[in-house]
Design a protein around this ligand. Structure first.
Ligand SMILES: NC(=O)c1ccc[n+]([C@@H]2O[C@H](COP(=O)([O-])OP(=O)(O)OC[C@H]3O[C@@H](n4cnc5c(N)ncnc54)[C@H](OP(=O)(O)O)[C@@H]3O)[C@@H](O)[C@H]2O)c1
Length: 331
């Protein structure tokens, strides 16, 4: 029996669909709130795969609540851990650490206790190291430099990976994937969906940095192939392309027939923007542009996904294809 965590999120819902489309018969998934099952249902509906949704065994559990999680592990042999908390709001630091590090530690400990055959952990490029110049590619081997600035999210994903590597020392077989920004349908106002939404509202600004992008369909396909392979205790960068932020925004604007971003925001403009956002949040507005986002939007990195391409003989979909597919499904 396969267990999927984060099954009401972008990656987990597409993974469930992929597993069932591949003919997996015994698939169970955890959820916290019944209302969120609609998100997963919506993804199946987008693919005209509603009957497959009924094949999923749903178990109510929270990765921070051991008794419920222990129940969810009954009869399980393989685990895909996609659950995480994603936020760049400084107020969320504690929740990020708790959900992503402690939650992953709970998953690892139960995998060991239940003698799970293999765990697939969804990490992020945020948990990879950095190079000093974008002409030097970042790979799975690039070292993490604790002296450099990292967002709370990056620190929590790095800490989560450490828990998974600790599991390997205790005998657990794992594969880790480190995707770039993931684009997929069904999550319009969340994650990358927020970016599409902004462009659809004629967002006028761009910055000088780069964004590593990948299609959700490719992420889940690589995860499944890695779980079916004999590969263990390795991690894989999953990135289809490293685009300049301007190019990315312009491609989306062209698909949506919107005005392309035309004003470049530099360091000064960005620092004013995140400070203004902080001020507005003191007046009760939800944070939408933080220092961490400002820093990331100026960063220029080149992620090299050739390890995944070569190991799996895999060709990532072109951004023009998946950006069009995702943008066109915006409601
Ligand atoms: N999206 C991206 O661009 C991207 C890029 C790189 C890496 N990643 C990584 O990919 C993974 C999946 O991301 P995603 O985009 O699918 O995230 P998402 O859409 O925000 O979904 C997060 C999922 O985790 C669940 N979750 C959160 N806290 C939980 C808890 N305490 N107990 C049980 N479930 C919990 C959520 O459940 P509820 O529905 O109940 O909230 C939801 O199903 C994460 O590890 C993320 O860090 C994402």
């Amino acid at each position: 029996m396969i267990l999927v965590t984060g099954a009401t999120g972008l990656v987990g819902s597409h993974l469930l669909l992929h597993l069932l489309q591949q003919g997996e018969q015994r698939v169970c998934a955890i959820y916290r709130d019944e209302k969120r099952l609609e998100k997963t249902k919506e993804v199946f509906a987008l693919h005209q795969a509603e009957p497959l949704f009924d094949q999923i065994t749903w178990r109510k559990a929270d990765i921070l609540d051991l008794p419920s999680l222990e129940e969810a592990f009954q009869g399980v042999t393989h685990v895909y851990h996609c659950a995480a908390f994603v936020s760049f709001d400084p107020k969320d630091e504690k929740k990020l650490r708790k959900t992503n590090i402690e939650g992953t530690a709970n998953i690892v400990n139960l995998c060991l206790a239940f003698s799970i055959e293999k765990l697939c952990h969804v990490s992020s490029i945020a948990a990879l190291g950095e190079t000093l110049h974008c002409s030097i590619p970042i790979t799975e081997k690039t070292e993490w430099n604790p002296e450099l600035y990292h967002s709370d999210y990056a620190l929590s994903k790095f800490g989560a990976e450490m828990e998974v590597w600790r599991g390997t020392q205790e005998g657990l077989n794992v594969v880790i994937v480190n995707p770039g920004v993931i684009f997929g349908r069904g999550f319009d106002r969340e994650g990358s969906g927020e970016l599409l939404y902004k462009v659809s509202r004629n967002f006028p600004f761009y910055t000088d940095g780069t964004t590593a992008v990948v299609a959700v369909e490719d992420v889940v396909s690589c995860m499944y192939q890695l779980m079916c392979s004999t590969v263990v205790n390795e991690r894989y960068t999953l990135v289809a392309a490293n685009l300049s932020n301007k190019d990315l925004l312009h491609q989306i604007a062209a698909i949506l027939r919107k005005k392309p971003a035309r004003f470049q925001l530099g360091r000064l403009g960005l620092s004013l923007a995140w400070r203004l956002d902080a001020l507005m949040s003191a007046l009760g507005k939800k944070r939408s542009f933080t220092r961490a986002i400002a820093k990331a939007s100026l960063s220029c990195f080149y992620y090299d996904a050739s390890k995944a391409e070569q190991t799996l003989n895999f060709k990532f979909s072109s951004p023009s294809v998946f950006l069009e597919r995702t943008s066109k499904s915006l409601k």
